[in-house]
Design a protein around this ligand. Structure first.
Ligand code: AP5
Length: 215
């Protein structure tokens, strides 16, 4: 799942993972979890994330390699927010080749920048289970409380406007080149992400090769 910050990658990955019955792996969620648990990985990643910059490639590639070798290669998986640089894309390709797998399809969510900032600044997340809400869109049933696990909702530290702008700059400089990279491989589907959540999901499902579709 490829796209700028706030494009809906997490929202759509969750829904697709349920539909396709495969795991959803978000490198952002893995890193936030490591920060919350104060692990060595979390301590390393936090300063980068607080500045809105990317965690070094070798760290993130190592994280994904470990996860894929452990569980993700058997069923396939939806990778959300990875790869984010050409070096990560090459690392992924090598790792999958070793496991006899490959990237099947890349879904690129296209959303105008003004809309991205609105989505990011209005977002509230659950620090326990990573469920996502928006003050304008998907609201929790009880204000400030997660529908799934009841925890108190918070704003992500990197959702402050100045950090969100930096994340967007980093996206355009380091991640957007992956659009042409995967288009050149003939596996990129471009999805209009500026539609309702349901509509985006319908478009995504329609672009998946027949073998991927489930109800
Ligand atoms: P990460 O957690 O991956 O953040 P991101 O890519 O910036 O993406 P977001 O989580 O902001 O947005 P999203 O596209 O998932 O949108 P969402 O569904 O939440 O990464 C965070 C940081 O971790 C990075 O900055 C970096 O430091 C580090 N990192 C992570 N991966 C890395 C890697 N591979 N390499 C190096 N560093 C890495 O939706 C956003 C909001 O919009 C929500 O409120 C949602 O409810 C709402 N919304 C969703 N869809 C719609 C819709 N269709 N209409 C209206 N509202 C919608």
């Amino acid at each position: 799942m490829l796209g700028p910050p706030g494009a809906g990658k997490g929202t759509q990955s969750d829904l697709l993972a349920q539909r396709l019955n495969v795991p959803h792996l978000s490198t952002g969620d893995l890193l936030r979890e490591a920060i919350a648990r104060r692990t060595p990985l979390g301590r390393l990643a936090q300063p980068y994330m607080d500045r809105g910059e990317l965690v070094p490639d070798e760290v993130v590639i190592g994280l994904i390699k470990e996860w894929l070798a452990r569980e993700g290669h058997q069923t396939g998986a939806i990778l959300d927010g990875f790869p984010r640089t050409l070096a990560q894309a090459h690392g992924l390709q090598e790792t999958l080749a070793e496991l006899g797998r490959q990237v099947g399809q890349v879904l690129y969510l296209r959303v105008p920048t003004e809309e991205l900032l609105e989505r990011i600044s209005g977002r509230y997340v659950c620090p326990q289970c990573a469920a996502t809400y928006h003050r304008r869109g998907t609201r929790p049933r009880t204000e400030g409380q997660c529908d799934v696990c009841g925890a108190e909702l918070v704003q992500r530290p990197d959702d402050r406007v100045e950090v969100a702008r930096r994340r967007l700059d980093v996206y355009f400089a380091q991640t957007a080149p992956l659009i042409d990279y995967y288009r050149g491989q003939g596996i990129l589907a471009e999805i209009n992400g500026a539609q309702s959540v349901d509509r985006v999901l319908t478009d995504e499902l329609a672009t998946l090769p027949a073998g991927y579709r489930h109800n």
